[in-house]
Design a protein around this ligand. Structure first.
Ligand code: 13P
Length: 336
């Protein structure tokens, strides 16, 4: 058997046509912002109820191939006592885990950040594997303005390479996520320049550290003008994004998934659709959204028992729309 055969199978399970990932990996702190949309305080009980509503949504497995958990959720159980990781695995959805420990400032580099979490990572990965995780995520973040320094891009790339190699040694598929932030007034050209450099360097360092790209998934931002700039059209986003991927990402990469980054839910769907409409690419491409999947359902739920079914329908609908968009078959007139 080829060394990473099992990892390739996991990549195949994640990168299925018409399906995307659900990034339900908000830290317990960040969960406060989501629960605010449902007008709920950020308690352990509310975090569990929210995740349980999402993960028991009927037919979710038709459009979602993997779910990324945060540490406290993968250790948690749904109300009937089943661990969340087992609950999704029983539905044919691959459980994943966010393993980085967040961003910290890099001394002497202003507001630039590096991602922490390598200490004891090998031990934690063994534990997460025992808990059912078959893929992991590590996120670094870069602003477009000011543009990141070469030193900090390189520092993050090296951290991601070490993380990815440790994951593969532990039988876990790494998702490497160098996010280029959507916040700001920057142009699409400025976003393209930063994204290209970050992706070129990240992929280069992954290869230098002998990460098996076939057993790895890249999670990236779409290339688009900043949130405070006039909105980029889906055609422009698709063109700039695919051009950047062609410049930066080796064709051996197991898959590429997009984060939504604060785009509106429909905007994120339209942009995925426009990318798919450009035709077959060397990589399998899909979505790994958090906010663009979760925010609409949280608003409908509003923390009320009687709204749960409607909230689940909204989540399934968005996942379905993104699944159609991934195939280039999204019809906006049928999107409520
Ligand atoms: P958003 O889709 O909300 O950007 O989240 C994706 C993610 O996983 C960020 O790390």
């Amino acid at each position: 058997m080829e060394k990473n055969e099992e990892l390739y199978r996991i990549v195949d399970a994640l990168m299925q046509e018409g399906k995307g990932l659900l990034a339900a990996d908000e830290s317990d702190g960040t969960a406060a912002k989501r629960l605010e949309l449902a007008k709920l305080p950020n308690t352990q009980e509310n975090r569990r109820a929210w995740r349980e509503i999402m993960l028991t949504t009927p037919n979710l497995e038709e459009f979602i191939s993997g779910v990324i958990f945060f540490d406290s959720t993968i250790r948690d159980t749904a109300s009937l006592g089943m661990p969340f990781a087992d609950l999704v695995a029983a539905r044919g959805i691959v459980p994943g885990i966010k393993v980085d420990k967040g961003l910290v400032l890099v001394e002497n580099f202003g507001e630039e950040t590096v991602t922490e979490g390598l200490d004891s990572l090998a031990t934690r990965l063994r534990e997460y594997h025992d808990l059912g995780a078959r893929f992991a995520k590590w996120r670094a973040a870069f602003t477009v303005t000011p543009a990141p320094s070469d030193e900090v891009i390189m520092l993050n790339a090296m951290m991601m390479a070490r993380y990815a190699a440790l994951c593969q040694a532990a039988g876990i598929v790494p998702i490497v996520e160098p996010e280029v932030l959507y916040d700001g007034e920057h142009t699409i050209e400025a976003a393209q320049e930063v994204t290209e450099k970050v992706l070129v360097w990240t992929c280069d360092v992954l290869e230098r550290y002998h990460v098996d790209l076939k057993a790895c998934i890249l999670k990236t931002s779409m290339v688009l003008a900043g949130k405070k700039h006039e909105r980029s059209s889906p055609a422009d986003v698709a063109d700039a994004t695919v051009r950047t991927l062609h410049i930066a990402v080796p064709h051996t990469m197991g898959g590429i998934v997009f984060l939504s980054g604060g785009q509106e839910a429909k905007q994120a769907t339209q942009n995925m659709h426009a990318i798919a409409k450009l035709g077959t690419q060397p990589w399998r491409i899909s979505t790994s959204y958090s906010r663009a999947l979760e925010e609409p359902m949280l608003k409908v739920w509003a923390g009320k028992e009687e709204n749960i079914e409607d909230a689940q329908n909204v989540l399934a609908h968005r996942a379905h729309m993104n699944g159609l968009a991934q195939k280039g078959m999204y019809d906006e007139s049928k999107d409520i």
